[in-house]
Design a protein around this ligand. Structure first.
Ligand code: NAD
Ligand code: ZN
Length: 384
């Protein structure tokens, strides 16, 4: 399943869900790996201590949802997928102090507990309480809040936004500006910061630099926007789906390459185009081959930075000649743009409200939640 961008889904049901536990009618469950999503009624428990129950307003589809559904990222099933979401706090568990009912919030795949070694370090953002590597699909106490037909349902990355209501840990909730349009800012829950931050915050693209972006889906497009905003002089965009090229050009890509149509390997073409290789190369697909052979080899031998954003299948191995990096290249990875999520993501929402960053070009379709199947069909078809 090759897929695409940020197709948003909105719950259509306007019921008031104040009962406890909550019975949510529109929830997408994947009963097993690689199976179609099934729309089910579920029971959702109230939030426990340190947890927040959220009425979901908008969600978007990210490449990582596809990975988890097809099993290339480990996850337990049955599962409610979706992690890129915006919603309104419905109730809070004991001890929750950073949000209250009625607050607009984003769900966070990378939490920020503000206590662990990663959170306390000034660099990096990969909080030890994350549930990505590996993904248990359970809350911090080892249980799930969802049941369906008497069965426990796992939560994707401890979020599960393809649901009318969800429960997430407080450390995975970012309170955002009341004025934020939820159908837009849900992209700031994952895709936009993942791509934008990879370039501006982690790799720190410099003015006048040369860049190549492998994969021009939602994440790659956010990388392109960031390279452009950072003043890159040349941005090469690479994708096997040429339908991605028109938007990429509008966002700032100066040269579009389809590797399937080139006579030479794409990395060789990139090196020839730039003389010595690019300053910054970004992998936004999630394939081992593109990381090593395309992305790393496109970088300047002496100082090029190869930034991995795409999530390659779990257990896949990178195999590279040791001398590939000894010349000075950097191979690095980043999650959620390296942003300490609860500190930084609300500011990105404010930046959007102040027209400092744009999200609109990343939105390809807007559909009601009960058309989630159609949304995934469009996604797999690479449509925009
Ligand atoms: P996407 O499916 O929308 O985009 C992937 C793009 O890659 C598509 O345009 C596709 O046509 C293109 N592609 C596929 N194979 C290719 C090839 N061989 N050569 C060139 N292009 C190819 O996915 P997305 O939502 O943009 O996510 C991209 C990757 O980033 C995924 O692996 C996802 O899991 C990962 N991701 C990482 C983070 C992070 O924080 N590190 C966050 C979100 C998503
Ligand atoms: Zn932490």
């Amino acid at each position: 399943m090759e897929c695409d961008d940020n197709i948003q889904c909105f719950p259509t049901c306007g019921n008031s869900w104040t009962l406890s536990p909550t019975a949510g009618k529109i929830n997408a469950i994947a009963w097993k790996r690689n199976s179609p999503l099934s729309i089910e009624e579920v029971q959702l428990e109230p939030p426990k201590a340190g947890e927040v129950r959220i009425k979901m307003t908008s969600s978007a589809i990210c490449g990582s949802d596809n990975h988890i559904l097809k099993g290339s990222l480990p996850g337990n099933f049955p599962l409610i997928p979706g992690h890129e979401g915006a919603g309104i706090v419905e109730s809070t568990g004991e001890g929750v102090s950073s949000v209250k009912p009625g607050d607009k919030v984003l769900t966070l795949v990378v939490p920020q507990c503000r206590e662990c070694n990663s959170c306390l370090a000034p660099k990096g953002n990969f909080c030890e309480k994350q549930d990505i590597l590996p993904s248990s699909g359970l809350m911090l106490d080892g249980t799930s809040r969802f049941t369906c037909k008497g069965q426990e349902i796992y939560q994707a990355f401890r979020t599960s936004t393809f649901a009318e209501y969800t429960v997430v840990p407080e450390i995975a909730v970012a309170k955002i500006d009341d004025a934020a349009p939820m159908d837009k800012v849900c992209l700031l829950s994952c895709g936009m910061p993942a791509g934008y931050g990879a370039a501006v915050h982690s790799a720190k693209v410099t003015p006048g630099s040369t860049c190549v972006v492998f994969g021009l889906g939602g994440i790659g497009s956010a990388v392109v926007m960031a390279c452009k905003a950072s003043g890159a002089s040349r941005i090469i965009g690479v994708d096997i789906n040429e339908e991605k090229f028109p938007r990429a050009r509008v966002l700032g890509v100066t040269d579009c390459l389809n590797p399937w149509k080139l006579k030479e390997p794409v990395q060789q073409v990139v090196v020839e185009m730039t003389g010595f290789g690019v300053d910054f190369a970004f992998e936004a697909i999630g394939l081992v081959e593109t990381v090593v052979y395309c992305c790393l080899e496109s970088c300047h031998l002496s100082y090029g930075i190869c930034q991995i954003i795409g999530l390659a299948p779990s257990n896949s191995q990178l195999s590279l000649e040791a001398l590939m990096v000894v010349s000075g290249r950097t191979l690095k990875g980043v999650c959620l743009g390296g942003y300490k999520t609860r500190d930084c993501i609300p500011q990105l929402v404010t930046d959007y409200l102040q027209n400092k960053i744009n999200l609109d070009p990343l939105i390809t379709h807007q559909l009601p939640f009960d058309q989630l199947h159609k949304a995934f069909k469009l996604y797999h078809a690479g449509k925009r």
